[in-house]
Ligand binder design. Structure first.
Ligand SMILES: [Fe+2]
Ligand SMILES: [Fe+2]
Length: 139
């Protein structure tokens, strides 16, 4: 499937991982429409928890490496999302249509607000920092 160009930051690992989230969303949508979302629910919630921990950690490591100026604000967004996800898991221990719809809304909002916003800014910073590094090496 892969990630649509408009979502891309240009950073390979970041685009790859954002693509994984997009793929999950597309699969959720298909499952919801085909009424197989009941069996997908537990997997989706588990995957998402694992995914955010792993993905946020990696972005935060890069913020450290390249001294990202908006680090605090970006990390706060990550932490808020993790909290929201935890609250969701507490409130929806088992499948319901409402739970699935809420989860899809959360992922959709995250892609549109965070990936298209903060992550793109971070991506541009990483790209610029890596470019500057290679230029230093060349001279
Ligand atoms: Fe991200
Ligand atoms: Fe992020």
């Amino acid at each position: 499937m892969g990630l649509d160009k408009k979502y891309k930051t240009g950073v390979v690992w970041q685009d790859f991982q954002h693509g994984e989230l997009m793929d999950l969303f597309i699969r959720m949508k298909a499952a919801r429409e085909g009424n197989t979302d009941n069996e997908k629910f537990n997997y989706t919630v588990a995957f998402l928890s694992m995914y955010v921990n792993h993905h946020f950690k990696l972005e935060e490591e890069y913020m450290d490496i390249y001294a990202y100026p908006d680090r605090e604000a970006h990390m706060k967004e990550h932490q808020t999302y993790i909290k929201k996800l935890k609250a969701f898991r507490t409130n929806h221990k088992t499948y319901s249509e409402t739970a699935m719809d809420q989860l899809m809304d959360k992922i959709r909002a995250w892609i549109l607000n965070h990936i298209m916003g903060d992550d793109k800014k971070l991506g541009a910073h990483i790209m610029a920092a890596e470019k500057a590094m290679h230029e230093d090496e060349a001279t």
